[in-house]
Design a binder for this molecule. Structure first.
Ligand code: SF4
Length: 241
C-alpha cells in the first residue's frame, strides 16, 4: 500500500479502549489489549455492544496507545488487537507493523468475520484467538449475519494452515446450543485439525439480547469435560468474564 494510503488508514483507526496489562488474554504472555471499534455482526450474547458501532465514541486514540506502549517497552510481551472486530479496520496491518517495530509480539482476537482480511494480517501475527461460535449452519441464528458461518470456518482453515500459535474459543450455554450439538462441534473442530480449544461459559452480563442476562450459569459436568479434554492437546473450560 502506498505511504499516503497507509497514513490515511492509520488515521482512521478507531480505538474503543485500551487495557495496559493483562495476563489472561493470551496464555503465557503479559499483554496489552487494544479494543478496536466496530463489528457488523450482532451476536445475541455480545458483551461489548458499545464496541459494535463503527462510530468512534470514546477519547482513546492510536497515538495515545502508542505513547502508553512506548512507556511499557521491556515490560510487556505482546500487544493484542481485540474488538469489536479488528479485521473490520483497514489500518490493522499497519498498526500491527508499528507494534512489531517496537519489539512487541502481535496478538489478534477475532470472530473470523473476513477470510480476506485475516489472510492479510496473519503474516504479522504471533498468536490468534479465534472464536468459532457454532457449526456453520447454526451461525446466522446467533450472529444475525447470513454468511457468518462460512466466513468463520474459512478463517479457521486459514489459521490452521498458517501454523501460528492459536486458541479456538467457543462461548457456550445449553440454552444456546444443546450439549449434543456442542459435542458435534467439538468433533468437527478436532477433525479439522484444531489442537487448542477453550470452551467458555456464557455468563449473562450486559448481553446484546438482554434476556440472556437472566439465564442461569452454564454447567458442564466432569465427565463431559474429560471427554472434551481427551479430544484436544489442550482443552480448558472456564467462565467468560
Ligand atoms: S462478533 Fe459478535 S460477540 Fe464479537 S464483537 Fe461482533 S457482535 Fe460482539
Amino acid at each position: 500500500m502506498p505511504l499516503g494510503q497507509i497514513n490515511a488508514a492509520i488515521a482512521r483507526l478507531r480505538v474503543g479502549g485500551f487495557v495496559p496489562y493483562s495476563s489472561v488474554d493470551c496464555p503465557g504472555e503479559l499483554a496489552a489489549v487494544v479494543f478496536l471499534q466496530g463489528c457488523s455482526w450482532a451476536c445475541d450474547y455480545c458483551q461489548n455492544p458499545h464496541l459494535r458501532s463503527f462510530k468512534k465514541t470514546g477519547e482513546e486514540s492510536w497515538e495515545r496507545v502508542l505513547g502508553a506502549l512506548q512507556e511499557r517497552r521491556g515490560l510487556l510481551d505482546m500487544v493484542i488487537f481485540s474488538g469489536g472486530e479488528p479485521l473490520a479496520q483497514i489500518g490493522l496491518e499497519e498498526a500491527m507493523a508499528q507494534v512489531r517495530a517496537m519489539d512487541f509480539k502481535v496478538g489478534l482476537h477475532s470472530a473470523g468475520t473476513s477470510p480476506r482480511r485475516l489472510r492479510a494480517v496473519l503474516p504479522v501475527c504471533d498468536w490468534v484467538g479465534l472464536d468459532i461460535k457454532a457449526m456453520a449452519p447454526d451461525y446466522a441464528a446467533l450472529t444475525h449475519h447470513a454468511n457468518s458461518g462460512r466466513m468463520a470456518w474459512e478463517c479457521l482453515d486459514l489459521l490452521l494452515a498458517a501454523e501460528l500459535r492459536y486458541e479456538v474459543r467457543t462461548t457456550w450455554h445449553p440454552q444456546l446450543m444443546p450439549l449434543e450439538r456442542l459435542m458435534e462441534l467439538a468433533e468437527q473442530l478436532r477433525a479439522r485439525g484444531v489442537r487448542y480449544f477453550r470452551l467458555q461459559a456464557l455468563r449473562g452480563r450486559g448481553c446484546l439480547r438482554p434476556e440472556l442476562d437472566d439465564w442461569p450459569p452454564a454447567h458442564l459436568d466432569a465427565a463431559t469435560q474429560a471427554e472434551l479434554a481427551a479430544m484436544f492437546d489442550d482443552f480448558s473450560w472456564r467462565y467468560a468474564g
